[in-house]
Design a protein around this ligand. Sequence first.
Ligand SMILES: *Cc1c(COP(=O)(O)O)cnc(C)c1O
Length: 378
Amino acid sequence: MTERDEIGIPLLDLQAQNGPLREPIREAIERVVASNRFILGPEVRAFEEEIKRYIGVEHAIGVSSGTDALLVALMALNIGRNDEVVTTPFSFFATAGAIARLGAVPVFVDIDPLSFNLDLDQLEAAITAHTKAILPVHLFGQTCDLERLSRVSEQSGIPVVEDAAQAIGAKGGALFAGAVGAFGCFSFFPSKNLGAFGDAGLVTTNDAALARRVRILRAHGAEPKYHHALIGGNFRLDELQAAILRVKLPYLNQWTEARRKNAARYNRLFRQANLPEPVLKTPAATADGHIYNQYVIRTNRRDALRDYLLQQHIGCEIYYPKPLHLQACFGYLGYTEGRFIQAERAAAELLALPVFPELGESRVDQVAERVIGFLKRR
Ligand SMILES: *Cc1c(COP(=O)(O)O)cnc(C)c1O
């Protein structure tokens, strides 16, 4: 392989984002070290204030991870044994895992083939007398139809818990991800658009009573300390993560804009290539306000394209290779292959390309050129 062939573009470059913030992050860490307050202190409180304004919601509760955000939100709604929670089979495992860990039953509904989000046309048919919540995911950074979701929730009386782990700052119309349901759940896992230096998450709500419940459950259900009316857990966010996230939050809008620019450029280049749809399909923007946590193309030559890109040292990843209804651990739910055709097709045909904010035009061009070149051959 010649030097010219080998370009080397990672799927995500955290150094490019965190490097320039090294000094303010170091100062934030030193502030926490000097304070000797490490759990639920002033940094967490300040971060909760700042992020709730950013998301456009009345209450924000910092928690230990996105997974724990989902778990504690479902706990706050009293979801437990044999309750049903309607959700998508095409997501990161935590979405369905949180439901099952509480003894509740994940009831899957297929996805819409354009947005890859829960198909709202099929949602109502899945609701039964046992349904205690609806758990949609704003996959890859694009919201579900938030207006329609809140209408279904109002009409049925069933609360929505939004898995907004990939959708911080995403909008659908005038509505913000995580500000529509009973709860919004966010993750600050390092590869999310706002990434911590470890695990961290957030629960949002506009309901003061629910917010209070989550705060109590976050610290073992104690209120006051050492008196437990509820069984909670250790779902606390620590001061170091909150202090680092406070440094990064003011940059989030500009990072999102850069992701959108990269995505728009890919879209333009791919459309100009004029490849027919089963060979290459760009992501459909079904909602404005996509934040492109991932830029995901669809191709019927997915595995071959991935192998080629990796060999060219271009980072790419399959989100997600196996839908949740086919995971071995959910065998007891009785779903078989062919049950959710759209989720299964997506698992076979989607590929995420680099879209991180610092990627820049020339590297977008190089990735697009390799993708198009490969798909035009043969
Ligand atoms: C990342 C993610 C989670 C889990 O968040 P963690 O912080 O890693 O626990 C949950 N749901 C979705 C859709 C995610 O992408």
